[in-house]
Design a protein around this ligand. Structure first.
Ligand SMILES: *Cc1c(COP(=O)(O)O)cnc(C)c1O
Length: 397
């Protein structure tokens, strides 16, 4: 089910039931109560906005900690860098992973110790490394020889971990194919680290975002176990294991719950002695369910027999993951029979089409609201001012 009409099925919206899921996994998932969206709209509407409930963010953090007691979550700031979201996570004991000096500055402004931050973008400029080092960042990822040499020429006492290539099968947003060292690279990097006396001190991987296949973690962990031994043999002291991000959230397709993924992860972790520090980098998992993205129909059109819905937020306004195949649950206040719509954003760019042939009510009209469920991750974080349209608002409760 892709769409729930709010008018027709409000109770279904608050307590989504996905019959097919019970075949796959029976752990219930959460969503922001739709009444919160209604309440937010009572304050008026001037532009698209994301409403986020920090209580849900807190609950997701607690759920992850309970499912994987050995694993310390380092939230991926890029998923939603709202300071109040970050503050809630700090209060729940989260640490963080960053990709840029900008993200580091944001964390420092909230009192986070850079010593506990992972710089997990595998390639950085010299200036960026020097800046992070000057602020006290100690841990950096590397996935290639060039970056190993660059990092240690700037910060000889850095602690680093090696990001390895792992399968991204079954991830809605695969990342393999860009980052991650392959077998031959790994041998070379370990030998170079050993020769340079670089503290290459662990292994990390990322199974791909919105990963619906728990086996990817098992494969990653088994590979990491082998590389830990290779490192020890080369005289290195591996002691950090980073199992990355990718934990999925409910949209349209069934997902394995964090508890099901934890069964796989916890078992594979038994191969690592207790002194190994184990971290994860959840992004989407901690923030998606906590938010609804609200936007509005600016106008409708018919072109060549095709119905078009023009929204006041599109690809440049934060609704971008649809363009890579992610399917959101979309709710409206209309209850007409479903027909196929092409859905576009407000800009003049021809790529600003966020969905084609999406089933939505036939009676949608100019001025109607569109509610996108579980949209707390990778929406506002991506938005730009392109073509002069305002950034989406953020209402944090
Ligand atoms: C984006 C990213 C994450 C978070 O991924 P999710 O799929 O949102 O959990 C974690 N680690 C790294 C290195 C990333 O680039």
């Amino acid at each position: 089910m892709q769409r729930v009409s709010v008018a027709k099925k409000q109770s279904a919206l608050r307590q989504p039931s996905f019959a097919a899921d019970h075949l796959f996994d029976s752990h219930p998932e959460t969503s922001l109560d739709f009444e919160c969206v209604r309440a937010a709209l009572k304050d008026g509407y001037t532009k698209p906005f994301l409403i986020v409930d920090t209580q849900i963010v807190r609950e997701k953090m607690r759920r992850m900690l309970a499912a994987m007691p050995r694993v310390r979550p380092h939230y991926a700031v890029k998923a939603n860098p709202n300071p109040r979201v970050l503050q809630a996570l700090i209060e729940e004991g989260a640490r963080f992973e960053i990709a840029s000096p900008g993200e580091l500055d944001l964390l420092i402004s909230l009192g986070v110790s850079p010593m506990q931050v992972l710089y997990s973008n595998p390639v950085r400029s010299r200036d960026q490394i020097a800046y992070a080092a000057s602020k006290g960042v100690e841990w950096f990822v590397i996935d290639c020889l060039d970056e190993l040499k660059k990092l240690y020429s700037i910060k000889p006492d850095a602690k680093s971990y090696l990001r390895i290539d792992t399968p991204n099968i079954g991830s809605d947003w695969p990342l393999a194919g860009k980052f991650g060292a392959h077998t031959a690279d790994i041998r070379e990097i370990i030998a170079a680290a050993s020769a340079l006396k670089a503290d290459l001190a662990g292994v990390g991987f990322h199974v791909g975002s919105q990963c619906r296949n728990p086996e990817n973690w098992r494969v990653g962990l088994e590979k990491a176990r082998v590389i830990f031994d290779q490192m020890t043999k080369a005289g290195l002291r591996p002691r950090l294991l980073n199992i990355g991000g990718g934990y999925p959230v409910r949209h349209v397709k069934p997902i394995p719950s964090i508890e099901v993924i934890a069964d796989v992860v916890n078992r594979a972790l038994e191969a690592f002695p207790p002194e190994v520090e184990i971290v994860a980098e959840p992004g989407r998992y901690l923030v998606s369910d906590a938010g609804y993205f609200v936007c509005r129909v600016m106008g409708t059109a018919k072109r060549g027999g095709k119905r078009w819905l023009h929204l006041d937020a599109g690809l440049f306004g934060g609704i971008i993951e649809t363009t890579e195949g992610l399917k959101y649950r979309i709710c409206t206040d209309r209850s007409g029979p479903d027909v196929k719509w092409n859905v576009a954003g407000p800009t003049c760019d021809s790529i600003d089409v966020i969905m084609r042939d999406e089933s939505l009510p036939s009676d949608l009209q100019e001025g109607d609201f569109i509610y996108i469920c579980n949209a707390g991750a990778y929406t506002t974080a991506y938005a730009s001012n392109f073509n002069g349209f305002p950034l989406p608002g953020e209402r944090v409760i």
